[in-house]
Design a protein around this ligand. Sequence first.
Ligand code: ZN
Length: 204
Amino acid sequence: MTRPGKIVCIGRNYVEHARELGNDVPAEPLIFLKPPSSVIRDGEWIERPPQSSQVEHEGEIGVLIGKPLRRVSEQEAVAGIAGIVAVNDVTARDLQRRDSQWTRAKGFDTFCPIGNVHTGPVDFDALEVVTTVNGEVRQRATGADMVFRIPMLLSYVSHIMTLEPGDLVATGTPSGIGPLRAGDSVTVSITGISRVTNPVRDRS
Ligand code: ZN
């Protein structure tokens, strides 16, 4: 997989996660962008920047786009999926709280680890995302737990911006977010399909 053209992320798409941050579930999908320059691969370092003292993991189910999707139905959106990938939407939580726009908190270099691409057919509701830190499970949920499901999300985004081949949609994180510290190893996996493991260090 080459670097995504754009990374569209969904916020507060699991009820328990919205609550743990003191938020309501939105009435329609909440979207934001991460820059392609934040992408790293399996085994590469997540670097905690000096601007933040609260860097956290967000394990997510990622959808890689295979065909141009412009104002498409849910059915057409599903036909345009190239594959499913594990994504870690690493977030500087203290900066996210300080800013009304999340570009800074979500956009640091190394803040978007992406796993291998699974290209076979999948049951979206059965997809299970699990996040472990140093082998301990921190987050676990399935596609069925989402507020807005994958076909709806892709159709919704496609009515705002054209999704292009190579773009990535990260579909939101379940409850259980928590800190990443120097020396940690964090893994996001889509059970049986994709995984990405990254060590954590402070940027010097
Ligand atoms: Zn996220």
